[in-house]
Design a protein around this ligand. Structure first.
Ligand code: MN
Length: 498
């Protein structure tokens, strides 16, 4: 990817009021600051931020986001700092760049205590609850650190491009990054409704993390896959004709092979019977209105009987991440069973792009206010439910900035485990959260290796260490500054005891 190619795409994507100059200046600055840096692939470093920017142009993000994508590695990998970026490109771009930089400090492998050991495929299913919770905390932490949904989008595209070029890295780095992709970034993409991106990320990571299982799966389903593909290619014209005879305009109809990783997961759930995976190759129909979605379903059922219990109306009842479509599984010609998915253009676009679709740049509207529209979206409602324990509804509605976590901070134990605490929490709150005995015996605390007062405010990202002394007792003064009821309760109990 070079800048001329990117400019070309931008010109066909955006109108005249797009801030091309900002992007151009970002490029000049990034090129200079990465001068001489070479990627492991042998390409000039600048090709990477440009590729990330191109992925975001494809999704029509605003100029600030494109500029930030081009600059996203500047602060970290070159002598320039956040201040330099801010002086040249203003606070918005600097804020986005800094957000991406901050996300780098979430050390996934350490946080789930997997520095030396990758999970084995066999244990995936029965993963201990604690580990699952820690991973879930990390996903929330990514959102909390990002503060702005555009930061997450830059990070996801950064990850997508890094996964596409992962073969150039050392094997252990490949494993670490791929596993993080499967457990943190793909689920995030999914939560944000970006179904296509989720599938892409997983399928890039799958052969790296589980190479044997991947090969095995490919061999095992090769024949079935081939057979289904050819069957569906015969079914498609038949369905098209059927619908058009009924005056339902078909905007698109195609065969859709299931992504490898999600197929593998599904096989694990269905005791490995490929024959019973009816969406191995599904037919996807795009029509022009919701009415015609239901109309098409009726016409198809009139010709091919549906399997009972497999008609799913995700239009009336969208999936948690906002996914909408009608699904049915029919007994087709030759008695072959196939899944059919019916949707409108809008649903299709939303399924592919999710949240990114609502951030898309609109000509002549400089201050992006996608909120009004986004407010009604199912995925937003869902995201909100997902984070209910952390956030207040009114605050959420005030801004699309991710301030769900405004009242929470995320800190690390020395072992890298993520602990989530209320804003303003002190080392004493942290200590009691770890264990009541650690709280009772706390005599000092360090963050990031430096001593701090026991009533100091912890900051997101701090690595907190508590120094204890056997005979130490809690001080009544602690009650004046602790933030968690957990700490307060333990202190009162200990004071009564002594
Ligand atoms: Mn990068």
């Amino acid at each position: 990817m070079d800048f001329t190619a990117l400019q070309e795409t931008m010109r066909t994507t955006y109108g005249p009021s797009f801030d091309y100059d900002l992007v151009q200046r970002a490029y000049a600055f990034a090129k200079e600051s990465h001068e001489g840096q070479i990627r492991k692939s042998g390409e000039e470093f600048i090709s990477h931020p440009l590729a990330v920017a191109a992925l975001l142009v494809q999704r029509k993000l605003d100029a600030a986001t494109i500029a930030a994508a081009i600059l996203h590695d500047v602060a970290e990998d070159s002598p320039y700092t956040k201040k330099d970026v801010e002086a040249r490109f203003g606070p918005e771009v600097a804020f986005l760049v800094e957000g991406v930089t901050k996300l780098r400090h979430i050390r996934y492998a350490e946080a789930v205590n997997r520095t030396n050991e990758l999970p084995r495929a066999a244990t995936l299913k029965g993963e201990p609850r604690a580990a699952t919770e820690r991973i879930e905390n990390l996903r929330k932490m990514v959102l909390a650190f990002a503060e702005d949904i555009r930061v997450v989008l830059i990070k996801l595209m950064d990850r997508l491009h890094n996964m596409e070029t992962i073969a150039f890295l050392k094997p252990d780095a490949q494993k670490r990054i791929a596993l993080e992709t499967i457990e943190i970034y793909a689920p995030l993409a999914s939560r944000l409704g970006m179904g296509e991106l989720k599938g892409q990320l997983e399928d890039l990571a799958f052969p790296v993390v589980y190479p044997n299982e991947y090969r095995e799966l490919q061999n095992r389903i090769a024949d079935t896959l081939e057979e289904r593909r050819s069957f569906v290619s015969r079914l498609i014209p038949a369905i098209r004709e059927l619908l058009e005879r009924d005056s339902i305009r078909v905007l698109d109809i195609n065969a859709r092979a299931k992504h490898w990783y999600s197929l593998w997961k599904k096989l694990q759930r269905s005791e490995g019977n490929v024959e019973r995976i009816y969406d191995l190759v599904a037919v996807r129909i795009v029509v022009d209105s919701i009415e015609h979605c239901y109309g098409a379903l009726g016409v198809i059922h009139g010709e091919f009987p549906p399997l009972p219990g497999r008609i799913k109306d995700y239009i009336a009842l969208p999936k948690p991440n906002g996914y909408r479509s009608l699904h049915t599984t029919i007994v087709g010609p030759e008695g072959k069973i196939t899944e059919i998915q019916i949707r409108t253009v809008e649903m299709h676009h939303e399924d592919e792009e999710g949240i990114a679709a609502h951030w898309a740049y609109k000509e002549g509207r400089h201050t992006t206010k996608p909120l009004q529209k986004a407010r009604e979206l199912a995925w937003v409602r869902q995201l909100r439910d997902w984070m209910k324990q952390f956030q207040d509804e009114r605050e959420f509605l005030e801004s699309l900035r991710i301030d769900f976590f405004k009242d929470r901070i995320f800190v690390f134990t020395p072992k890298g485990e993520v602990i989530d605490l209320p804003q303003g929490a002190t080392p004493i709150d942290f200590a009691y959260h770890i264990h009541s005995e650690i709280g009772d015996r706390a005599m000092g605390a360090k963050t990031n290796g430096r001593m701090i007062a026991l009533d100091a405010e912890l900051q997101s990202g701090d690595v907190v260490e508590i120094l204890t002394q056997k005979k130490k007792k809690p001080s009544p003064k602690w009650l004046d500054f602790v933030k968690t009821s957990e700490a307060r309760r333990h202190i009162q109990v200990a004071l009564r005891r002594s």
